[in-house]
Write a new protein. Structure first.
Lengths: 352, 333, 313
């Protein structure tokens, strides 16, 4: 699976998006609205004004983190589906640091981010250890851990750190909040951190020998073992790093955007991240772009509903269709039969 | 990588062209015949047959009475509170209706940037209001009293059941009021109130389980504060009654649901539309903001619904109406 | 707390356990049939929610809950065919499609319900399936009325357990079914059509999971709401692992998890400060612990989760 050069890496996701929108358009038309108008409203909702652009940037930040989390682990051949749990543990730690340590200001913020990443790393290490030492299927383990983390968070906001009325935690004090990029826009420095991490991962994976070895393990663990790479260590390492990325994302979401934990925090972020990473062909920089596309869909959805009266669940359907088509398309071209046919056709052309 | 960027750029261009081709939203009509617009943002579904639906219908009713246009967004995630509210603000809505205290933070954040948009937060606390935020606060104690008064008079087993969705302060206040009033109207009996939280407003099955367990513990009059969970509880009560004589009862809220299930004896009706209507009056008069609109028995925004005369004996009806009267007059607090 | 150990309490818990466990059992069996053919399907929540909607709609429109169950089953199969085509024919990542179903199917269900029923303050109510008492058995003291006065779907679910056990261990068809999940290449050389077998597995899985969803709206509660599945699919997934990929094991796991839920609800009524989230963690923690102790060697069909490429050398 080579990257960058092949045109199908870009064409397939594009076709998937177009197909998904066509089907979405048919549904919208069936409801008696104009699909072109609907898409117009969608775009307007995502880019129409400074606040709308800001809203999209706020939405994209956590998706980049969970996307990178999935991307990094998959590069090493381990399927970390626990991004959501790791994200949540990062956020829980961040709220604990900022609310109950009695510390305020930038130092508290920095501590929250650091410890959030550590917590995510620890939560990510569990499936890693179970895979490496017990040989367990890391996907199932990490999904179970998502539920454990969600329920643990529930306990935190209904009992341990509850702030009176609604079941939610105390808010992060103003002094400890993460700074905004510019006044009047909700996007925070978290976005910059996210993009820098994406660039850092790209550099690590494609320009360092360790990164090369990690990718080699991901492509063929058995061969790498014969090469003398410590496969287990790489797998565990990638689990911890990917958990830490998600944990940092959770901490940033908490101290930068949401400030409190409450029911539904981070719901669905984990799997969105997995889908984003796969559509981006596990390329960290493309992950940022695909995450942005998902964020556009989500922020535009409200305006679309207001403008054309289509329920927002249509956007959920379109998003799921993008995933279904894109991943199916990529699997399709990877089938041996397809490759054979393509080769035959090329040969046929040459012979003519 | 270059190719990816080029293609993304092309895609973005294509999308923006579609955007231009699509009709831009029409400009607001002249101020003279201004049509006001209100939008509701809600994290549950508006077709949940409970809280979401009740609030949505309240908005529709109030808006029809005032000639306003309405719009809604439901099922939104916590992470999208601010952006959803913001998008209505930038679309030129005059008032945003937020049915729940959980939106308080998001409302405060957005309201500061949109001084010309008015925000009405249902169940918002009394510290929340600012120049463009109002709280709408039905008196939870009184809701509890209205249900508890009838439950206390009707119970034979002296055991009552209360099922909450989440441990909200308003839910706790309703529970406390329910218990207090039941003990007040029936002082000789040693009334015991069983209570539990479903941890959700949508898990109908859980409501059924909780109610079934409570019936097994002897509860014979129920009250709840958990939307779709309540309908599960009512179903369990109907099952327990079977086809024979109805011995276990339920009191509904916030709409008058008499007749929906055989076990319903009365409802505590919250007139959210009335309270929202008061807010709309304020918006039109330019006096919105800095206040809490209370919903009480005194101002008619709370009331006891129709009583099921087949199930509630006449003397109990009389005693209950007298009790409601004493709550209205403030004699029972 | 004094009522904790009464007779009444015990019978309540038993009844409640069975009620909670039945939908879990149906869906866990669905997953068992899927995983035995090497297909890990984590989209159970999605299939269930579509089954719940289809079952509810048909039962509401026709007034016949049995047709509702049928519709739920067909709906489940329909949804699962997306998964089947992508994972079996295209050999795409199974977990991704499971998760995609979990986004796709609930969105479709919510959408259909909204478009059809609109917005009202009361939920539409459908007819529920009647319970049928089994003549002699229901007269057994204590257990009789508890276990043998249920809806036909409950009997169906529990009868599926011995059937599954016999099928996988005593029949030729069952053994060749299992071989597809263990050593697909060897199975192919023995003349078993692996791809067709996997499609059959997906049909069975969709069928049972769809019935599990429809059970919720035709036998359990008479309304449909968007959150009705409430994560039961993932608990069923745990039950398959915890139950060690056997029919009887899955039954025990479902009963255990159902019992935990019943107990949790009961304890909440008795003492108000029960941290119920910790109880809800039990299924997941049990499964993780069981997995960690069992280790990989015993952890289910060997080829599960792996795509099967016939041309692969």
């Amino acid at each position: 699976m080579k990257l960058g050069g092949k045109s199908e890496n870009i064409i397939i996701p594009l076709i998937a998006v177009i197909l998904a929108f066509l089907i979405g358009g048919v549904i919208i038309a069936a409801l008696g609205s104009n699909p072109v108008d609907a898409v117009g409203y969608l775009v307007q909702g995502a880019f129409g004004s400074k606040t709308n652009i800001g809203a999209t940037l706020v939405k994209v930040t956590p998706l980049i983190f969970t996307g990178l989390c999935a991307c990094f682990a998959y590069r090493c051949g381990v399927f970390n589906l626990g991004g959501e749990g790791q994200f949540i543990m990062g956020a829980v730690t961040a709220v604990w640091v900022t609310v109950s340590w009695g510390l305020e200001g930038p130092l508290a913020c920095a501590a929250a981010l650091l410890l959030g990443a550590v917590a995510g790393g620890i939560w990510g290490a569990i499936p890693g250890i179970l895979k490496v030492f017990r040989g367990l299927n890391e996907m199932i383990v990490s999904i179970m851990l998502n539920y454990v983390a969600t329920l643990f968070m529930g306990w935190v906001y209904t009992e341990l750190l509850r702030d009176g009325s609604v079941p939610q935690t105390f808010p992060v004090p103003d002094a400890s909040k993460l700074g905004r990029l510019m006044p009047g826009m909700r996007a925070t420095w978290g976005l910059v951190i996210a993009v820098l991490i994406a660039a850092g991962i790209y550099y690590f994976l494609f320009n360092t020998s360790k990164g090369f070895q990690l990718r080699a393990v991901g492509l063929n663990a058995t061969a790498s073992r014969y090469q003398g790479f410590n496969v287990k260590r790489y797998m565990l390492f990638s689990f911890i790093v990917s958990g830490a990325i998600a944990g940092l994302g959770g901490a940033i979401e908490l101290v930068g955007t949401q400030f409190r934990l409450m029911s539904g925090f981070a719901l669905g972020f984990g799997f969105d991240g997995v889908a984003i990473a796969l559509i981006a062909q596990l390329n960290p920089l493309a992950t940022v772009l695909v995450a942005y596309f998902f964020a556009v869909l989500r922020t535009g959805a409200t305006t679309m509903q207001v403008g054309s009266g289509v329920p927002t669940s249509v956007i959920d359907i379109i998003q799921a269709l993008v995933i279904i088509f894109a991943v199916a398309g990529m699997a399709f071209v990877r089938l041996p039969g397809f490759k054979q046919r393509m080769l035959n056709r090329q040969r046929g052309k040459k012979e003519e | 990588m270059k190719k990816v960027f080029t293609l993304m750029l092309v895609l973005a261009l294509a999308l923006s062209m579609i955007a231009c081709a699509a009709k831009a939203p029409e400009a607001a009509p002249a101020a003279a015949d201004k049509v006001y617009k209100v939008a509701m943002v809600c994290d549950s579904s508006i077709s949940d047959g409970g809280w979401g639906a009740a609030c949505y219908n309240a908005m529709i009713t109030a808006a029809e009475a005032h000639g306003w246009e309405t719009m809604y967004t439901d099922n939104i995630d916590v992470a999208d509170y601010v952006s959803s509210i913001e998008s209505y603000c930038s679309l030129g809505y005059d008032m945003i209706f937020l049915p729940g205290n959980q939106y308080s933070d998001a409302t405060k954040e957005v309201a500061a940037n949109y001084p010309n948009v008015m925000f009405a937060v249902l169940n918002g606390n009394d510290q929340l209001p600012t120049a463009n935020i109002c709280s709408i606060l039905p008196n939870a104690d009184q809701i509890g009293y209205l249900a508890g008064g009838l439950a206390g008079l009707m119970t034979k087993s002296n055991t009552l059941g209360f099922i909450g969705g989440m441990e909200l302060d308003t839910t706790k206040a309703k529970l406390a009021g329910f218990e207090k009033a039941a003990k007040y109207v029936n002082p000789d009996a040693n009334i015991n109130v069983l209570s539990a939280y479903a941890g959700s407003f949508g898990d109908t099955a859980k409501g059924m389980e909780l109610a079934t367990s409570m019936i097994a513990e002897g509860a014979d009059v129920f009250f709840g504060d958990a939307s779709a969970v309540d309908s599960g509880a009512r179903q369990a009560i109907d099952n327990a009654n079977g086809s024979g004589e109805i011995k276990v009862f339920d009191i509904g809220q916030p709409a008058d649901i008499l007749g929906q299930n055989p076990c319903v004896i009365c409802s505590v009706v919250t007139d959210n539309a009335g309270m929202l209507g008061l807010c709309m009056d304020d918006v039109q008069a330019g006096t919105f903001g800095n206040k809490v609109v209370y919903g009480t028995l005194e101002n008619g925004c709370l009331s006891a619904g129709k009583i099921n005369t087949d199930l509630v004996p006449e003397d109990v009806q009389k005693a209950y109406l007298a009790f409601v009267e004493s709550v209205t007059k403030g004699e029972f607090k | 707390m004094e009522s904790l150990f009464t007779w009444n309490f015990a019978s309540e818990i038993v009844l409640s356990t069975f009620r909670m466990a039945t939908p879990l059992l149906l869906v866990a069996l669905a997953e068992l049939y899927s995983e035995r053919a090497g297909l890990v399907n984590i989209g159970l929540d999605g299939i269930m929610s579509f089954g719940a909607l289809a079952g509810f709609m048909i039962s509401y429109l026709t007034g016949n809950p049995f047709l509702g169950i049928l519709a739920g089953a067909l709906g489940g199969v329909l949804v699962n065919m997306v998964y089947a085509f992508c994972t079996v024919t295209l050999c795409a990542e199974q977990t991704v499609y499971g998760m995609a179903l979990n986004i796709f199917a609930p969105a479709i269900s919510a959408f259909i319900y909204r478009v059809y029923f609109g917005v009202s303050s009361t939920l539409a109510q459908a007819t529920l399936m009647k319970t049928i008492a089994i003549p002699v058995l229901k007269d057994i003291p204590f257990i009789g009325p508890l276990l043998f006065n249920q809806t036909p779907m409950v009997y169906f679910a529990y009868l599926m357990v011995p059937f599954t056990a016999v099928f996988f261990n005593r029949t030729k068809a069952g053994l060749s079914y299992k071989s597809v999940g263990e050593y697909p290449k060897a199975a192919e050389t023995l003349g078993i059509n692996v791809v067709r077998q996997k499609y059959v597995a997906c049909i069975i899985c969709g069928l049972l999971a769809g019935i599990g969803g429809a059970y919720l709206t035709t036998c359990y509660v008479n309304t449909y709401s968007d959150g009705i599945v409430a994560g039961r699919g993932f608990i069923a997934l745990s039950a398959v692992i915890f139950g060690h990929w056997t029919g009887s094991g899955v039954l025990m796991a479902c009963l255990l998890f159902g019992f935990c839920d019943a107990l949790q609800l009961k304890l909440q009524i008795i003492s108000k400060d029960t941290p119920y989230q910790l109880f809800q963690m039990i299924p997941y923690v049990c499964t993780l612990a069981a997995l960690a102790i069992m280790g990989a060697k015993k952890a289910g069909p060997k080829a599960k989760g792996k795509p099967y490429l016939r041309e692969e050398r």
